[in-house]
Design a protein around this ligand. Structure first.
Ligand SMILES: [Zn+2]
Length: 251
């Protein structure tokens, strides 16, 4: 077994024994990896206190050839997630980023762009910018990079261009907008204000990641939070654990 090196984000840490932990990491090079870190809970360990939730670190690990956990041998801390002190929404938003990466990606399915986006989002969550827009932008990037971004211009049933007048029919089940002809008889269709669809489209463009954070009015953030949250629920097949706190992601 050759040791593998990766840049990693710590998504979950579970105590495994008196001295060891099982760690779930999202790596830039290999995607999600789960590894046993022997001795990680000892005061002096080769893991440099880098295996805390939401830390970014450089790791060395051995990949198990069969089922079972990989073996982490080293971790070097690059950055600790700080959040924003008393503003809990940034902290919960960080946990939510970890939850989405953990539950929406597969082991050994790398998405380097998503890694970079997550890394950048955690950094921004510790600094400035609207938590609400940062988390929306991350969710939208996740949907896009994992191939689940909804169709916003063409009707998902017939492919025709959907006019964006006052409001637009949207179906989670079908994965996008519906034209008025295809709307009848479809379950769970919601009517979404056109400017909310506009904002979702704006957040979904490739360019947005390097751009300054777009400014969204609160009247758009509320319904957009609902729409994107429902899309994530639909994809997970359940409510995210951090969903209970998503009311905090409105500012
Ligand atoms: Zn149609």
């Amino acid at each position: 077994m050759n040791p593998l090196k990766a840049q990693a984000l710590v998504l979950r840490v579970i105590e495994f024994s008196e001295t060891s932990s099982v760690v779930t990491l999202f790596t830039r090079e290999f995607g999600k990896v789960r590894g046993l870190a022997k001795g990680a809970r000892r005061p002096k360990s080769p893991f440099d206190a880098a295996l805390d939730l939401l830390c970014t670190c450089r790791i060395v690990f051995l990949r198990k050839s069969s089922e079972g956990l990989d073996l982490l041998t080293e971790a070097k801390l690059e950055r600790r997630f700080r959040g924003r002190g008393v503003q809990l929404s940034a902290l919960y938003a960080g946990y939510y980023v970890a939850e989405l990466l953990s539950d929406l990606t597969d082991d050994y399915d790398p998405h380097p762009e998503l890694f970079d986006f997550a890394d950048r989002t955690l950094l921004d969550l510790s600094n400035t910018g609207s938590v609400a827009v940062l988390i929306l932008r991350f969710e939208v990037a996740t949907l896009r990079l994992l191939g689940h971004f909804p169709s916003l211009s063409q009707c998902v049933e017939c492919g025709r261009q959907v006019a964006r007048t006052n409001s637009v029919f949207f179906s989670q089940l079908s994965g996008g907008v519906l034209c008025p002809d295809c709307r009848p008889g479809k379950p769970n269709v919601v009517s979404v204000p056109a400017r909310v669809i506009d904002a979702l489209e704006q957040l979904g463009t490739d360019a947005v990641w390097d751009d300054p954070l777009p400014e969204l009015p609160r009247a758009v953030i509320g319904p957009l939070r609902g729409l994107v949250g429902q899309t994530v629920c639909h994809l997970l097949g359940r409510k995210p654990r951090m969903h209970a706190y998503s009311g905090m992601f409105l500012d």
